[in-house]
Design a binder for this molecule. Structure first.
Ligand SMILES: [Zn+2]
Length: 388
């Protein structure tokens, strides 16, 4: 299949997210205080929203809230440890959460609520309140901090976020607008479709499969033990704090091993194919179908990594509509059969008599829909182009 002309057609403009760890330093206490203050302000905003609604029966609009908070901030010294931009960001985030709630409350979305200040994680600055000084130094507020600069910060900085992990470490998360990258760089001339699964992590339309290592299951005993130790320790004791850190580390260890595996897998897949097609994830539906196990599989994390690598290497990741009946459509003739029970692993097409393995058939369909979306191959099922 020739995909030469995609060279000119697909140009990526994208935002890049870079993450750096800050050097641990006494000075970091100021950032931590800012995060705490951000948490206090957040809770104050939530209280105002609730009070306003009780009193007037209306939603407190974002501009009004921002003006009020800005005025209050002038009188409260502690609040001033958070930059005015970060304060605006808090108001906007709450507004977004409310809009989401108004739109989707029937689907069970809850309004934003109070958060424990101790667990509050971050604050975000937009255009002002920080400056990159070159090398590994950044000025935030009036102080200079250093970080482990694994890559250069290139392009226009959109936002800067200071994040606090459960272990109390601080990270710098920088979102930059990246310059256009060249479009697809063809190396293999191949396109493939992939179907996510429970035991088989990915089924590829070329007939190969990738089995999930199930990192969480492997470490289940370690986690159980760490959990037990934690709950046995006296609340508020230093032993309990140590046990909590151990537990967090055990979870981080799992996620590190999984992430590592994801990177390797993404590298090998982008070596093998130029265009990679997936179904848009429907995590809620998958959870209903498969239960809690799905969080152990972390499909979305994998896709994020794959997209990142694909962009770097000039490959294309394509998503097809989640409602496309990929497992019920015959990949030979396009015939669509009645609802398939999950236990049915194989079926015979009543129209063309070919035998379709469930996952294999789905991945082939995903490939052909993906191909039609980027303007390749047989356009048997024309689908609207989304999220390319
Ligand atoms: Zn058929």
């Amino acid at each position: 299949m020739s995909i030469d002309y995609l060279h000119d057609k697909w140009y990526h403009t994208y935002m890049k997210t870079l993450k750096f760890k800050l050097y641990s330093h006494k000075r970091n206490k100021y950032l931590k205080a800012s995060i705490n203050a951000a948490g206090v302000i957040y809770n104050h905003c939530i209280a105002l929203h609730k009070r306003y609604y009780r009193r007037w029966g209306k939603h407190l609009n974002c501009a009004k809230l921002q003006a009020h908070i800005a005025k209050l901030r002038k009188r409260k010294e502690f609040w001033q440890s958070v930059g005015s931009q970060a304060v605006q960001d808090i108001c906007q985030r709450i507004e977004k959460a409310y809009q989401l709630f108004f739109k989707h409350h029937k689907k069970g979305v809850r309004p934003p609520n109070f958060k424990k200040v101790k667990k509050y994680k971050s604050f975000t600055l937009k255009q002002a309140g920080y400056k990159f000084l070159g090398g590994n130094r950044v000025k935030i507020g009036s102080r200079v901090y250093q970080y482990w600069n694994s890559t250069e910060v290139e392009g226009k900085v959109k936002t800067l976020t200071i994040k606090r992990t459960p272990l109390g470490e601080l990270f710098l998360v920088v979102v930059v607008d990246s310059i256009d990258e060249p479009g697809i760089r063809l190396t293999t001339g191949k396109i493939a479709g992939f179907d996510f699964g429970l035991k088989t992590f990915l089924t590829c339309s070329d007939g190969t499969t990738i089995v999930s290592p199930q990192f969480f299951k492997q470490s289940l005993n370690v986690i159980k033990k760490a959990n037990r130790h934690h709950s046995q320790k006296l609340k508020g004791s230093s032993n309990r704090e140590r046990a909590r850190k151990n537990l967090v580390r055990a979870h981080e260890d799992i996620s590190n091993r999984r992430t590592d595996w994801f990177w390797k897998l993404a590298l090998s897949l982008t070596n093998r194919f130029d265009v990679l097609c997936f179904e848009t994830l429907n995590l809620k539906g998958m959870k209903r179908l498969w239960g809690r196990k799905i969080s152990d599989l972390a499909f979305q994390d994998f896709l994020n990594i794959l997209e990142w690598i694909a962009k770097k290497k000039g490959k294309l990741v394509v998503y097809i509509d989640q409602w496309y009946p990929s497992s019920k459509t015959c990949s030979c003739c396009g015939h669509v059969i009645d609802p398939l029970d999950l236990s049915v692993r194989e079926w015979r097409c009543p129209s063309c008599q070919s035998i379709n393995g469930r996952d294999d058939n789905a991945s082939k369909n995903i490939q052909s829909v993906g191909a039609s979306m980027v303007g390749l191959g047989n356009v048997r099922q024309a689908m609207p182009a989304i999220a390319v």
